[in-house]
Structure formats: structure tokens, C-alpha cells
Design a binder for this molecule. Structure first.
Ligand code: ARG
Length: 273
């Protein structure tokens, strides 16, 4: 049963939801001009940052830009591995200016930024785990971008076909529980095409499988440090399974962000050194 899992301290980049809103609809969770309670969103977001810091993670933040209501979803800005930054090119024209805002932050922090040639939404669709980069496509990030990622990092990139518009980004359907020798993932199989499901089964035979309810509760939009899993409190079945696998769920409710189709992972860009 549960052996003791060891947390690894992380560095995260986040963006305060000062200008968070739902003004356009670019995924099925969004409805144009939905009222967002910005105070509630700010409070929920602050709770996430507190939880990260309480577990010894370093949190940096980028200045939010007025008129970019989705900029709070920092995970879409890049993929950072070994201190190398592969930037973003957004599918939706409304989000395109975010790439420059994040690029400015990365450069100020001493990183070079590679600008992708094809649509690529960062960690929203790219999950480095187990010696691979798992790469989602179907709604946002293109297969051409997966090739660019592979060339840039020299890490085998595994293209996975997403088939359900509610799970339009890979990070709504799958997350890394741990990397290195204990590498493993949790995911919702029905979000993937039959072939991609088979690929995931081969690569991660011991993965934790989530239910439809877990996925709809943004339970797969979680962040794990190898021991603690920062997860929506609404993903109850998944939290139970994770506990039985020796992980410690840390519930953080980002319900106000679900109105935009985002959760914990979407708000969190990992900077891997
Ligand atoms: N409204 C945003 C969009 O549709 C939400 C992004 C969520 N981010 C994520 N990593 N899944 O682009």
C-alpha cells in the first residue's frame, strides 16, 4: 500500500486575476458575458498561492495586463524544461497578445524565449513526464508544434488526440503525478481517441484513472509535487484514489475560474531548472 512519497520543491509562475473576466467564448465552459465575481476569484487564487508556499514551493508572478482576461491561465504561456523556454502562439486572436506579456517576464527573469511557428498553448497541451513530452492536439496546439517541441528539447514528443471539446487542452484530461523513476500520470481515458488511449495504457500501465465526474470537476487540472496533489475539492473519487496510491490531496477550490474553462493547473506555469 502507501509508501512514503517524497515532494520535490517547484518554482511556479502565476498571474493575479485582477482583470479576469469571461468576455468571449472559446471553449464550451465559457458563455459570453458571464458575470465573474472578481473578489471571489482573487480570494480563491490567493488560497492557491498560500497552499503552494505552505508546501515550500517558490511562486513568482507576472504583472496582469488590462484587456487580457485569460492571462491568469499562466500554464498556456510556455513549456519550460531545463531552464529553456518554448513560448506560445495562441489559437484565439483574443489571447495572442499574452505571449508577448509572458515573453517580457521571461526575458526579465534571464531566460531566452523560443517563439513557436505553429499554434502552441504551452503546458496547457504539453506535459513532460517519464522521459517524454506528452502533447495534446485536436482543439488548440497543432501536431506541427509537437514536432517543433521535439526538435527544441530533443525529447520524444508523443502526440495524443483529444476528442471531447470539454477537454480541449491536455491539462484538462491528464496530469503528471511524478517524474523521474516514479513517473506516473492520472487521466480520463474518454477524452482521448482510441489509439491515444492505447498509447497512454502502454506508456503508463499503472496510471490513476479518473471518472467523468472527476474530469468535469477539473480534477485532472491538478498540480502534483510528487507527494501533495493540489486538486479541486469537487473531484472526490479521484482524491480517494490518489490517497490510496500514497499521495496527499490538498484541496483548493477555483470554482470561479471554471466559468472560463480553467482550474488549478491552468493557473500555474512550472519553471523547471
Ligand atoms: N479561457 C481559457 C481558454 O479557453 C482557459 C485556458 C485554460 N488553461 C489551461 N491550461 N487549460 O483558452
Amino acid at each position: 500500500m502507501s509508501h512514503s512519497r517524497v515532494p520535490r520543491p517547484r518554482r511556479f509562475l502565476v498571474c493575479e486575476p485582477r482583470h479576469f473576466a469571461v468576455q468571449y467564448a472559446i471553449n464550451p465552459w465559457m458563455h459570453q458575458d458571464t458575470q465573474v465575481d472578481v473578489d471571489l476569484a482573487q480570494g480563491q487564487w490567493a488560497e492557491l498561492i498560500r497552499a503552494y508556499r505552505a508546501h515550500d514551493h517558490v511562486v513568482d508572478s507576472v504583472e496582469p495586463v488590462a484587456g487580457l482576461p485569460d492571462m491568469v491561465f499562466a500554464a498556456n504561456s510556455a513549456l519550460v524544461v531545463a531552464g529553456r523556454v518554448f513560448g506560445s502562439l495562441f489559437h484565439a486572436p483574443q489571447r495572442r497578445p499574452e505571449s508577448t506579456a509572458y515573453e517580457t517576464w521571461f526575458k526579465g527573469a534571464g531566460f531566452d524565449v523560443h517563439r513557436p511557428e505553429s499554434v502552441c498553448e504551452g503546458e496547457g497541451d504539453l506535459v513532460p513526464v517519464g522521459g517524454y513530452v506528452l502533447a495534446g492536439t485536436g482543439f488548440r496546439t497543432t501536431r506541427a508544434a509537437h514536432q517543433e517541441v521535439q526538435e527544441f528539447f530533443g525529447v520524444p514528443t508523443v502526440s495524443l488526440q483529444l476528442v471531447d471539446p470539454y477537454f480541449y487542452h491536455l491539462d484538462t484530461a491528464l496530469f503528471a503525478l511524478d517524474d523521474g523513476p516514479e513517473a506516473n500520470i492520472a487521466y480520463y481515458p474518454e477524452a482521448f481517441s482510441p489509439g491515444s488511449r492505447e498509447v497512454l495504457r502502454r506508456l503508463f500501465p499503472d496510471a490513476v484513472i479518473a471518472t467523468h465526474e472527476d474530469a468535469m470537476a477539473f480534477g485532472l487540472n491538478s498540480v502534483s509535487d510528487g507527494r501533495h496533489v493540489f486538486i479541486s475539492p469537487r473531484a472526490e473519487a479521484l482524491a480517494g484514489r490518489l490517497s490510496r496510491h500514497g499521495y496527499v490531496p490538498v484541496p483548493v477550490d477555483l470554482s470561479e475560474f471554471h466559468k472560463a474553462g480553467g482550474g488549478i493547473k491552468c493557473c500555474t506555469q512550472e519553471i523547471r531548472s
